[in-house]
Design a protein around this ligand. Structure first.
Ligand code: HEM
Length: 146
């Protein structure tokens, strides 16, 4: 569970990161593909539309962190779709690592260990909820007889 000061730290640092680097999400994908080249093929060649979607989802999640209940169902649904994309638990860990590094770089010298901890906790929570949705998704079920 995130504390109120952690939520505030996340919301403020996200706003700072986005205003200091408007290509934050594109930069995130470039770093992700450098660190984990094997996931490149899961995404379309043109990453710009994808980056927009991730940007707005992050914006939505960051705004709603103080009312986490409202995030559970949409994140489970997003996780179920991700099971279909082939996203696995290990991928979520790489995504979180790369995102935290990009945020740190964008925020600059005011970034602290508390920022790193708050973001890591939040991304863990998001990944756990998405993976719950993936576990409930019907992708692994045998086809139903007609
Ligand atoms: C913080 C966790 C994540 C968030 C918030 C997130 C968010 C999104 C969003 C909003 C989309 C747009 C399409 C949709 O609604 O399904 C998407 C698509 C996608 N995501 Fe994620 N994602 C996350 C983690 C991951 C991970 C760990 C992987 C695995 C490498 C992944 C791979 C993909 C792929 C392959 C697509 C579809 C790309 C396409 O259709 O070209 N995502 N993601």
């Amino acid at each position: 569970m995130l504390t109120a000061p952690q939520v505030e730290l996340i919301q403020r640092s996200f706003a700072t990161a986005v205003s200091s680097r408007d290509d934050l999400v594109i930069h995130f994908y470039q770093s992700l593909f450098d660190k984990a080249p094997s996931v490149r093929g899961m995404f379309a060649d043109d990453i710009a539309p994808q980056a927009k979607m991730l940007g707005s989802t992050l914006q939505f999640a960051v705004q709603k962190l103080d009312n986490i209940e409202a995030l559970i169902e949409p994140l489970r649904a997003l996780g179920a779709k991700h099971a279909g994309y082939g996203a696995e638990a290990a991928h979520y860990a790489v995504v979180a690592d790369v995102l935290v590094s990009c945020l740190e770089e964008a925020v600059g010298p005011s970034w602290t260990q508390d920022h790193a901890k708050a973001w890591t906790d939040a991304l863990n929570l998001i990944a756990t909820t998405m993976l719950e949705g993936a576990a409930q998704s019907p992708v692994d079920e045998a086809p139903k007889p007609h």
